[in-house]
Design a protein around this ligand. Structure first.
Ligand code: ADP
Length: 267
């Protein structure tokens, strides 16, 4: 099912055409999907343990979204049941002076996953072509060069054995408004509200333009984008969890065998 949301390489996407709401076939299926999600979370827990025990594969999950798009909620729900020792999250905020003194991939590369590890990027180097583009922090020419540099970087990671999965959590402008209002109403959510939420809402169509360009230019065979309809959390979680579990399944992992004869272990 998640494969229907994949972006084919060299395909020019239009986010206006990509629905943020639950696809027709799944509307009204919340209860059934919630059950399925529980199973997927259990599968993920098991596969992550295998991944860690085998110490061979590396998984990088990149989450991008507009403000309030649900990156935090996705991480919390999908990875809520796994062993925290095998999964890390790196958030990428406004670059520090030291980060700005380096190339834009410098701060990213040092957080890519090691063997047996899952790394989740909460925002990523895609900020360097989207937010940086919207805010005109670099000339357009530099921006265009970055698409190719990102593709080369991700190809290198893939060739070195890192599986790269990229999810754009796609919410509608109306849903963002609803979520911002909710944040403003609920004192427990005030800490989540920043003025940048409002700025991104006001500049919605400009953000969409830069996301469309970035996703169209960087969905590759080795690191494809998945545009996740994310207005409803349960459907969003399903797409992300299914994709990750399917990839882990394809690794065909086995627990490593004991390197000695257990009968010869004496106490
Ligand atoms: P979040 O919104 O993900 O919960 P923050 O509130 O800390 O996290 O926001 C992080 C901010 O940093 C976002 O506004 C984002 O656009 C910005 N940011 C991230 N990377 C860059 C970058 N390379 N250049 C400029 N701004 C960036």
């Amino acid at each position: 099912m998640w494969t229907s949301h994949l972006v084919k390489p060299d395909h020019n996407i239009r986010l206006m055409d990509a629905k943020a709401d639950v696809p027709k076939d799944y509307q009204g299926a919340k209860a059934e999907i919630s059950k399925r999600l529980e199973g997927l979370r259990e599968d993920l827990r098991g596969y992550q343990e295998l991944l860690s025990a085998q110490g061979k594969h590396r998984l990088l999950i990149i989450l991008q979204a507009m403000d309030t798009g649900g990156k935090d909620g996705t991480i919390r729900y999908v990875f809520g049941g796994v062993n925290p020792q095998g999964v890390s999250v790196t958030r990428f905020g406004v670059p520090s002076q030291e980060e700005l003194a380096h190339d834009y991939l410098w701060r990213v590369h040092q957080h890519t996953p090691g063997k047996g590890h899952v790394m989740i990027f909460n925002r990523s180097h895609y900020e360097d072509v989207v937010t940086v583009g919207v805010k005109k922090l670099v000339p357009d020419k530099v921006l265009r060069q970055r698409y190719q540099q990102i593709n080369d970087f991700e190809r290198m990671l893939a060739e070195e054995g890192v599986t790269v999965l990229k999810f754009f959590l796609h919410i509608s402008k109306e849903e963002q408004k609803r979520r911002i209002q909710e944040r403003l109403k609920d004192p427990k959510k005030h800490w989540k509200f920043t003025l940048s939420d409002m700025q991104s809402h006001k500049r919605w169509s400009v953000y969409m333009k830069y996301y469309e360009e970035a996703i169209s230019r960087t969905s590759t065979a080795w690191a494809p984008w998945c545009i996740v309809p994310a207005d409803k959390n349960w459907y969003r979680n399903l797409v992300v969890a299914e994709s990750i579990v399917d990839h882990l399944k394809q690794f065909k992992m086995r627990y490593p065998k004991l390197k000695l004869n257990p009968n010869k272990v004496s106490f």
